[in-house]
Design a protein around this ligand. Structure first.
Ligand code: UDX
Length: 442
């Protein structure tokens, strides 16, 4: 089929390349000339493992191209996917739908007869209905569930497909687009617009709730001397609960979970439904950042003023260069404002971090960040940080004190190397001060 993908950010560029991989002819459309030029030359302007080779291969073969012209896209495509962003509105919790509305209006004005417009952006429930009424074109909603860092895999081997449709024809067209995935056994849920829109926000809300639940348990562990890592392990072994998204630590960030739960609670309130649960989830999540800062202060003897702090990690999670609402950078910036001398290192997010927080210090390697540090904060769980040798690291720092804000470092190894080791949620001993393992942190 001939498809267009409107919006060539992380979601759209991935979708376009993966649709080409499925055998379609694809035109990616964006108003940003720079992005279109880069992608057209086979270059991906952000970090997404596995995407660059796909874009390069399919732009070279001619199956994938990029354009800024909606006229050209409208004449070309049988199905148009809208993959533009829906950030949080300035000064409020609601989603900003400006880009979605513009994209639908722009393509609706140029489509061929019988074309289908498919929304993939995360939108407040009711949006598809409104867009269909406003533009008088056939619309479907097909939410994406891509994780950054696994976007290619999640598109080519999704856990499920959801089609929000009003007509058998729209369903047929989407079945044709995704025929290779459906043929390979990908489960499909066909539903109306509202449910399709809700699946995405409900899924992200549920994931956020799991993380905040385990982080609330971390708070209880900190108050009682429990160990949240062991607690999560035991909870996850219950087949009804499962182990995923039960990692306690500095909490969730990024461009999706925090914004989506706020926009969802906001939309629910407009509809007269109280989703106070999600406000709690948000509050617990933000408290975790405060807790890291409180630990930093305590470990530095009451104030971080003038303290040399090494922050390992800037991206909101590993395998990504995305620093939007990153717990790591949020903590780093707040410590900087408190007068700490902060040096950040991240394997791939340095440019984005520097752009967002130009006043923080940045190092070219973990070793360089550690050199002379009085306190180390481990805030993004990149595998390479897990491999840092605590003995070598102890020789680099001024004082061996570390907060594991992601609950993945081996407390015994670090304390054996002479480190004073704190983890969120009570796991691990305090170390050099000689306190006991359980309850020793308090
Ligand atoms: C998420 C959803 O997973 C995806 O389906 C949706 O389409 C977009 O939002 P993403 O934002 O890429 O994807 O991040 P995800 O992997 O879900 O992680 C979100 C945040 O939660 C990260 O900051 C991560 O570090 C944190 N997290 C995750 C935890 O703190 N604990 C966990 O157990 C899991």
């Amino acid at each position: 089929m001939r498809l267009t993908v409107i919006g060539t950010g992380r979601l759209g560029a991935t979708h376009a390349a993966c649709m080409a991989e499925l055998g379609h002819e694809v035109a990616g459309v964006d108003v940003d000339r720079g992005k279109v030029a880069a992608l057209g030359a086979g270059r991906v302007p952000f970090h997404e493992p596995g995407l660059a080779p796909l874009v390069a291969r399919h732009t070279a073969s001619g199956r994938l191209r990029f354009t800024t012209s909606f006229e050209e896209a409208g004449a070309f495509g049988q199905v148009h996917f809208v993959c533009v962003g829906t950030p949080q509105r300035q000064g409020g919790d609601a989603a900003d739908l400006t880009c979605v509305e513009r994209a639908f209006a722009a393509i609706a004005g140029h489509t061929r007869k019988g074309a289908l417009l498919v929304g993939r952006s995360t939108v407040p429930v009711g949006t598809a209905d409104r867009l269909a009424a406003a533009h008088g074109v056939e619309i479907a909603w097909n939410p994406e569930f891509l994780r950054e860092g696994f976007a290619v895999r999640d598109t080519l081997r999704p856990d499920r497909l959801v089609f929000g449709v009003r007509t058998a024809r729209a369903e047929r067209l989407l079945r044709t687009v995704y025929a290779p995935l459906l043929g390979a056994g990908t489960p499909l849920v066909v539903t109306g617009f509202a449910t399709a829109e809700l699946v995405k926000t409900a899924a992200n809300s549920f994931l956020a709730t799991r993380i905040s639940f385990i982080n609330a348990m971390a708070e209880v562990c900190e108050a009682t001397g429990g160990d949240v890592r062991r607690l999560a392990e035991a909870l996850g072994l219950d087949g009804r609960i499962g182990p995923a998204f039960l990692r306690a630590g500095a909490g969730f960030g990024g461009g999706c979970l925090p914004e989506d739960i706020r926009a969802f609670a906001h939309r629910a309130a407009e509809l007269g439904v109280d989703l106070g649960l999600l406000r709690q989830v948000d509050a617990i999540n933000m408290r975790r950042r405060d807790r890291v800062i409180a630990m930093a202060r305590e470990l530095c003897g009451g104030t971080v003023l003038g303290a040399r702090v090494a922050v390992l990690g800037a991206a909101f999670k590993p395998d990504s260069d995305d620093v939007r609402d990153s717990p790591a950078l949020n903590v780093a910036a707040r410590l900087g404002l408190d007068g700490a001398d902060v040096t950040v290192y991240d394997p791939v997010a340095m440019d984005n971090a520097r752009e967002a927080f130009p006043l923080l210090g940045y190092a070219l390697s973990a070793e360089e960040a550690l050199r002379g540090a009085e306190l180390v904060l481990h805030l993004t769980e990149w595998p390479q940080f897990r491999e840092v040798d605590p003995v070598r690291a102890a020789a680099l720092v001024y004082r061996p004190r570390i907060v594991d804000g992601r609950g993945v470092l081996d407390a015994d190894r670090w304390t054996a190397a002479g480190w004073r080791f704190w983890a969120l949620g009570g796991s691990g001993p305090v170390g050099a001060a000689g306190e006991s393992r359980e309850g020793g942190q308090r």
